[in-house]
Design a protein around this ligand. Structure first.
Ligand code: ATP
Ligand code: MG
Length: 231
């Protein structure tokens, strides 16, 4: 089954700028696709459309659910979106309760939900911050906390917008190792070669509001246009 199909998607911001200009992209289940493209090429705008936060013209389906007014809530439930500015992701004033909010129907009852939330915090080495306001974490800790919250919802499709931003080398490597252990299909907007080498199965190239190619990782790393987009 295809996890994501985007066909001829266009989107213009209210000021008239055409940020997406006919995007076509198909992602098979289990693929981890790095989305490489210059600043302003439309990566974040594409993610916002896939997650239903913007409604460009064109076709989008997520896990077989075609985008429509009726399916939007279900699509949003199955998409996990890690923003590039993760401070916008937190709802509660303490980390544990924020994660608890993300734990869905897999646990019934407050105690069971709390246990699962604590396990996510432990997995991300954040248990000692359970009572802390998420906004009082360091950039890297905040990133890990936001990702824990996104994963706790057990999304079928993960959208990660520049997930290495603000992380030090050690935490960047930990994050990459953790992402590799997940079987979740993911689309990762990134400028980092490290992410492609360590996590991606494929690379998609975005230029001026379009996807201009989708390549298997080792082929992508041999391409000059791809290498020019990564550092
Ligand atoms: N809220 C907005 N209003 C108007 N134009 C916007 C808005 N957000 C983005 N744009 C424009 O849309 C285009 C695509 O931006 P987008 O943020 O999707 O790029 P990006 O590929 O994510 O870039 P980056 O690598 O810098 O994150 C850019 O020209 C940008 O200036
Ligand atoms: Mg962006």
């Amino acid at each position: 089954m295809k996890s994501l199909v985007v066909r001829n998607l266009t989107y213009g911001y209210p000021d008239g700028r055409r940020a997406l200009d006919g995007v076509n992209l198909e992602i098979e289940e289990g693929m981890r696709v790095c989305l490489a493209g210059k600043n302003g090429s439309g990566k974040t705008t594409l993610f916002l459309n896939i997650d239903g936060l913007l409604d460009g013209d064109g076709f989008i389906s997520v896990k077989g659910m075609e985008r429509s007014a009726e399916s939007m809530a279900r699509i949003r439930k199955s998409v996990g979106f890690l923003f590039s500015h993760v401070e916008h992701q937190f709802i509660m004033t303490d980390l544990l309760n924020d994660i608890i909010l993300s734990v869905g129907d897999e646990a019934s009852g407050a105690a069971a939900k709390k246990d699962i939330a604590m396990q996510w915090l432990e997995r991300f080495d954040l248990a000692r911050y359970a009572d802390r306001n998420p906004l009082d974490l360091s950039t890297g800790e905040m990133k890990r906390a936001a990702l824990a919250g996104v994963l706790a919802r057990r999304p079928g499709l993960l959208l990660l917008d520049e997930p290495l931003g603000g992380l030090d080398r050690e935490n960047g490597e930990k994050l990459a190792a953790m992402l590799r252990t997940l079987s979740t299909t993911m689309l990762i907007a990134t400028h980092r070669r490290f992410m492609v080498e360590e996590v991606a199965t494929h690379v998609a190239v975005m230029e001026e509001g379009r996807i201009t190619g989708l390549y298997e990782r080792s082929k992508a790393l041999k391409r000059r246009d791809v290498r020019m987009l990564l550092f």
